[in-house]
Write a protein that binds this ligand. Structure first.
Ligand SMILES: NC(=O)c1ccc[n+]([C@@H]2O[C@H](COP(=O)([O-])OP(=O)(O)OC[C@H]3O[C@@H](n4cnc5c(N)ncnc54)[C@H](OP(=O)(O)O)[C@@H]3O)[C@@H](O)[C@H]2O)c1
Length: 371
């Protein structure tokens, strides 16, 4: 589809793992079959973006590359096979790239090229550059249309607010994967981080009763207050992780049988016993979505004896994304700072942005780069 694009654009480039990122002027990518060129409005920064690019997290990435995560953008140009997207349309730009002939091949654009030869090939040869740029070339199917009139004019979300989708979608993928139903009691653990906090907001929006576990009581209280202000009809119980597995289990069990657990335990919390306590509090045929990256063992008697489902989950599907946008458009999430308080930075301030993202974590907190 014909479009007048600038000939160049600015992008945040990582030349090698461990090197400082640099804002460079690059040739404008061109729309080809199966692709869209998106003008980036706001791109998300992860709490551990800094650790990915400085090598601390050992995520596989081919350099040089333009950094990124999911983003909000405006369609600037489309390949000739686009059938539904329109130039000018607002879109969520999903960083989850999948093989078109095998959707089980996936990786996260700007974050990790994945762990298979096929994902590496796709990441290196086709979709390499992420969204920390004025423009990005992405697969057509990674552009999820957003109803700008409804979301921004009627409901009052800003583009930065919409970027918070990049956080909320991840727990939504896990919760849907284990078929959480309205009315279910769901333990989110730990709930004081970025994705855990987002998990509490999403589970509440899905009609669940949420028990949030965390070791930081101040943050648990902020989480409870954030949910109370944004969704006064919902309540969140909080349970402090004490390090005493039996005691934490007993506190959870006092709330009655737990239907499901959403886990975001990071590697740093590998020795914490909160997940074991949460699993022990599950009802017969309870379900667990394992979304953190941690080795853990549980009692066979509990898992086998109670028909427990333990399900790993990476990100979410395109169907999850479309369903999530419908929820957002129905207005089930709060607005303004009761929804999310986003700190924004320009591309040149990438260092401050990643430093802020490492600190500004937890429910309703996000960092975005606006090129
Ligand atoms: N499966 C997926 O698709 C997917 C997608 C995104 C992220 N993740 C994973 O999710 C995890 C969480 O990410 P995030 O961005 O939410 O991280 P984050 O914002 O840094 O939060 C980390 C959380 O872990 C808690 N924690 C850290 N050390 C602990 C310990 N020793 N004992 C108990 N709790 C501890 C923190 O509690 P305090 O508040 O007390 O520090 C906080 O709740 C990461 O491992 C990430 O890789 C998975």
């Amino acid at each position: 589809m014909a479009a007048t694009l600038p000939t160049q654009h600015r992008a945040l480039v990582l030349d090698s793992i461990g090197a400082d990122l640099q804002v460079k002027t690059l040739p404008m990518p061109q729309p080809t079959s199966g692709s869209a060129i998106v003008q980036i409005v706001a791109a998300g920064a992860l709490s551990y973006h800094r650790e990915i690019y400085n090598g601390q997290r050992h995520y596989p990435l081919a350099t040089p590359m333009v950094g990124g995560y999911s983003a909000i953008g405006r369609i600037a140009a489309l390949g000739p096979d686009a059938t539904a997207l329109k130039p000018g349309q607002l879109a969520f730009v999903d960083c989850v790239i999948r093989g078109r002939d095998d959707p089980s091949i996936l990786y996260l654009l700007g974050v990790s090229e994945g762990y298979s030869a096929a994902s590496r090939k796709l990441a290196r040869e086709v979709w390499r550059d992420g969204t920390l740029a004025e423009y990005a070339k992405v697969p057509l199917e990674n552009c999820i249309p957003l109803d700008e009139a409804k979301l921004c004019q009627s409901l009052g979300y800003s583009f930065q607010d919409l970027m918070y989708m990049g956080y909320l979608l991840v727990p939504f993928g896990g919760l849907r994967d284990i078929k959480v139903e309205p009315g279910d009691t769901v333990v989110v653990c730990p709930a004081t981080g970025g994705f855990g906090g987002a998990g509490v907001q999403v589970a509440v929006a899905m009609g669940a009763r949420v028990i949030a576990m965390g070791r930081n009581e101040t943050e648990l209280a902020r989480l409870q207050e954030h949910v109370r202000k944004g969704t006064p009809w919902a309540s969140v119980e909080t349970v402090r992780i004490t390090g005493d597995e039996a005691k934490d289990t007993a506190v959870l069990q006092a709330y009655g049988p737990v239907d499901a657990v959403l886990d975001f335990t990071p590697p740093a919390a590998a020795k914490s016993t909160h997940l074991k306590s949460a699993v022990a509090a599950l009802r017969y045929e309870g379900r667990v979505s394992l979304m953190g990256f941690v080795d853990f063992s549980v009692s066979d008697m509990k898992v086998v004896g109670s028909n427990i489902t333990l399900k790993g989950k990476l990100m979410y599907s395109r169907e999850d994304t479309l369903q999530f946008v419908k929820m957002l458009e129905r207005g089930v999430f709060p607005r303004g700072q009761d929804f999310v308080d986003t700190k924004t930075f320009g591309l040149d301030d990438w260092k401050q942005a990643f430093d802020a993202a490492a600190e500004w974590t937890g429910v309703g907190k996000a960092v975005a780069l606006m090129p």
